[in-house]
Design a protein around this ligand. Structure first.
Ligand code: HGY
Ligand code: MN
Ligand code: MN
Length: 407
C-alpha cells in the first residue's frame, strides 16, 4: 500500500490556509482575487517541485500531470482552491492537496503507474464572486462557452476574463483537452451526517440539484413616518416575505429540500426610508429534480402574488441551475470497497454541496469520497476535520487511484 505522509499533507493544508487567512482560522480567497492568485502560485510551485507537468487551460483550470508508463487517458483527482469570503481551510483545498500528496508518495516510492496521474484545481468552484459556481469544471466539460464564462462579472462589474488575464492564469490549453479515464474527488462532507453517525467515509452516490436565482425588486422609496401602510410599495417587504416563504416551504416539503436567501441588499438602506430597491438571491436545492422544480414554481408564484399586492416590479436572473447528478455506480462501489478494505466505516449518501465532480461525471466515470466535518460546519471559519479522518480519506483516494491507474 502506498504510504502517505500525513504530517506533510497537514503541513501543506496549513501553508495554503495561511494565504488569505482570516480571523478564526479560515480563509478568504475569492475566485481570481490576488489571494486566489497567491494560492494558485503556491500550489503550482508544489506541483512543479513534485515533477508534474503543469498545464493551464483557457478558463484558468490548472492540471498537474505525472507521466505514466503508457500514453493513456489519465486518472484525475482534484477539486478547487478558491473559497467563499468566510471559508474554512479544507473545502476544496483538501482534495487538491491530498492528490498532490499521492503524487509525492508515488515519487518517494519510485512507482511508475501504467496510466498518467493528473491533479487538478478548477477555477471558481464556489461561485461566490462570479456565477455560475463550478465555472471552471463546467467549462471543462463544455457546459458553458468560454466567452460566456469570460463575460461573467462580479458586483463591481469586473469580469472573469479580465481577472484571469490580470492574475496571469488565462492559459492556452483548450478546456477539456485532457479527457480523464476516471475522476475521483476527495472532499469534506460539509454537512453533519458523518459526524453525527460517527462514520469515517462517505460513499457519495449523487449531488443534489441546485437553483440560484437573483431577484431585483423595484418599488417606491418613501418617508417611513408619513407614508400610510396602504400606500407603500416596499421592495424590502417582498424580499423579506420570500425569505419567510422559502424557509417554510423547505420545512413543509421535507426530504432534502433546502432554501437559503443568502444575500440581500436594500436601497437606500436607511432607517427612515421605505426601500425602493431590493436585490436578493434564492438558493434552492433538492436531490429530486421534480421536487426542485416544484419548489422553484412555488417560490415564483409567491413572488408574483406579493409583487401584485405590493405593486412592485420584479426581475429574475438565473445565476446557476444544475440538475441532480448520479455518479458512476461501478466507481462508487470502488470507493466503498477501498474504504472497507482499510477497515473504515462507510455510509452511502448524496452530496448537499455542489462540486466539480458533478461536472466531470458528464465526460468520464466519476465518484467522490467524503470525510466528516465536525458539527457539519462549512463555509464557516470554524470548519474542521480531524487529522485522522483527513489521513483516512487520503489513503482511500490513493488506493483507488493506484488501482485505476493500472487498468
Ligand atoms: O454552493 C456550493 O454548493 C458550492 O460550495 N459551490
Ligand atoms: Mn468545495
Ligand atoms: Mn464551498
Amino acid at each position: 500500500m502506498l504510504r502517505l505522509n500525513e504530517k506533510r499533507l497537514l503541513g501543506a493544508l496549513d501553508e495554503l490556509a495561511a494565504i488569505g487567512a482570516i480571523e478564526g482560522g479560515g480563509c478568504a480567497r475569492l475566485a481570481l482575487t490576488d489571494e486566489d492568485k497567491a494560492g494558485r502560485d503556491l500550489v503550482v510551485g508544489w506541483m512543479k517541485a513534485a515533477g508534474l507537468e503543469v498545464r493551464i487551460d483557457a478558463i484558468g483550470n490548472v492540471i498537474g500531470l505525472r507521466a505514466g508508463r503508457e500514453k493513456l487517458d489519465p486518472v484525475m483527482t482534484g477539486s478547487h482552491i478558491d473559497t467563499v469570503r468566510t471559508g474554512g481551510r479544507y473545502d476544496g483545498n483538501y482534495g487538491v492537496l491530498a492528490g498532490l500528496e499521492v503524487v509525492r508518495a508515488l515519487n518517494e516510492a519510485g512507482v511508475a503507474t501504467r496510466r498518467p496521474i493528473a491533479v487538478a484545481f478548477f477555477t471558481n468552484e464556489e461561485g461566490a464572486r462570479f456565477q455560475p459556481d463550478m465555472m471552471g469544471s463546467l467549462t471543462y466539460v463544455g457546459g458553458i462557452g468560454l466567452n460566456e464564462a469570460y463575460a461573467a462579472a462580479d458586483n463591481d462589474g469586473i469580469s472573469v476574463g479580465d481577472e484571469l488575464r490580470r492574475i496571469g492564469y488565462l492559459g492556452s490549453l483548450k478546456p477539456g483537452a485532457l479527457k480523464p479515464h476516471a475522476f475521483v474527488e476527495l472532499h469534506i462532507e460539509q454537512g453533519p451526517i458523518l459526524d453525527e453517525e460517527k462514520v469515517q467515509i462517505g460513499v457519495v452516490e449523487s449531488v443534489q440539484g441546485i437553483s440560484w436565482i437573483e431577484y431585483t425588486v423595484t418599488g417606491v422609496s418613501n418617508h417611513a413616518g408619513t407614508t400610510p401602510m396602504r400606500l407603500r410599495r416596499d421592495a424590502g417587504y417582498l424580499a423579506a416575505s420570500v425569505n419567510l416563504f422559502a424557509r417554510k416551504l423547505a420545512w413543509e416539503m421535507g426530504g432534502h429540500q433546502v432554501a437559503t436567501v443568502g444575500s440581500l441588499a436594500l436601497r437606500p438602506n436607511l432607517i427612515n426610508v421605505v426601500p425602493n430597491r431590493a436585490v436578493f438571491t434564492v438558493d434552492l436545492r433538492n436531490t429530486d429534480e421534480a421536487r426542485l422544480k416544484e419548489a422553484e414554481a412555488r417560490v415564483a408564484a409567491h413572488i408574483a402574488e406579493v409583487a401584485t399586492a405590493e405593486r412592485v416590479e420584479v426581475e429574475a436572473k438565473v445565476l446557476a441551475r444544475f440538475e441532480p447528478v448520479i455518479f458512476e455506480t461501478g466507481l462508487v462501489d470502488r470507493v466503498e470497497r477501498h474504504a472497507k478494505g482499510l477497515s473504515l466505516s462507510t455510509r452511502r449518501m448524496p452530496s448537499g454541496a455542489g462540486h466539480d465532480a458533478q461536472m466531470m461525471q458528464r465526460i468520464c466515470p466519476t465518484a467522490m469520497i467524503f470525510v466528516p466535518s465536525v458539527a457539519g460546519l462549512s463555509h464557516n471559519v470554524r470548519e474542521h476535520t480531524e487529522p485522522a479522518d483527513l489521513a483516512a480519506g487520503a489513503q482511500v483516494l490513493a488506493n483507488m487511484m493506484l488501482e485505476l491507474a493500472e487498468e
